[in-house]
Write a protein that binds this ligand. Structure first.
Ligand SMILES: [Fe+2]
Length: 198
């Protein structure tokens, strides 16, 4: 049985970047719904219930065809949101350091150039989905995924993920996804992103 991960901050802690109401609904309703539906899907497959969500998602083609869709959507939803909460902080480390910083400079030129490219690419994701910084071998790159698909299923290691479903920003930013993406850096904790890289 999967359960909601504990949040390390209050719903209001990320204001004004993410408002308390959005956090509360996003975590208590949206994320909980993915978990409930993932658990319900696994009820018909007890042999899979001991696997972690990472194990379930790492090779979708190994899954029984009758729950492949449910695990992709709801398992992905659980994994992606768990990662998202873990890299947000009201008192974040504002920039990458060390090996991750070196990899970002090698791939994008500078941290500033990385942020601009991430914002542009992620704003351009058509419909609901996610923007990602991923580790691919020793390199880092930006990718997007539709819906709750996760780079983990493509053999990539997600380092940073930003939710661009409207439920993540609409109360505060309405249709202004680029403004949300510009602001999100205020609450991204690079200490957590670095820990995933290392
Ligand atoms: Fe979400």
């Amino acid at each position: 049985m999967f359960t909601l991960p504990k949040l390390n901050y209050e719903f209001s802690a990320l204001e004004p970047t993410i408002d308390a109401k959005t956090m509360e609904i996003h975590y208590s309703k949206h994320h909980q719904a993915y978990i409930d539906k993932l658990n319900a899907a696994l009820e018909t497959h007890p042999e899979l219930q001991s696997l972690s969500v990472e194990e379930l998602l790492s090779d979708l083609n190994k899954l029984p065809s009758d729950i492949k869709g449910a695990v992709t959507n709801h398992g992905g939803g659980h994994y992606n949101h768990t990662l998202f909460w873990s890299i947000l902080s009201p008192a974040p480390q504002a920039q990458p350091t060390g090996l991750l910083n070196e990899a970002i400079e090698k791939a994008f030129g500078s941290f500033t150039d990385f942020k601009t490219q991430f914002e542009t690419t992620t704003a351009g994701q058509f419909g609901s989905g996610w923007g990602w910084l991923v580790k691919d071998g020793e390199e880092v790159k930006i990718v997007t995924t539709p819906n709750q698909n996760t780079p983990l299923s493509d053999g990539l290691t997600p380092l940073l993920g930003v939710d661009v479903w409207e439920h993540a920003y609409y109360l505060n930013y309405q249709n202004r996804r680029p403004d949300y993406l510009k602001a999100i850096w205020n609450v991204i904790d690079w200490k957590q992103v670095e820990a995933r890289f290392n």
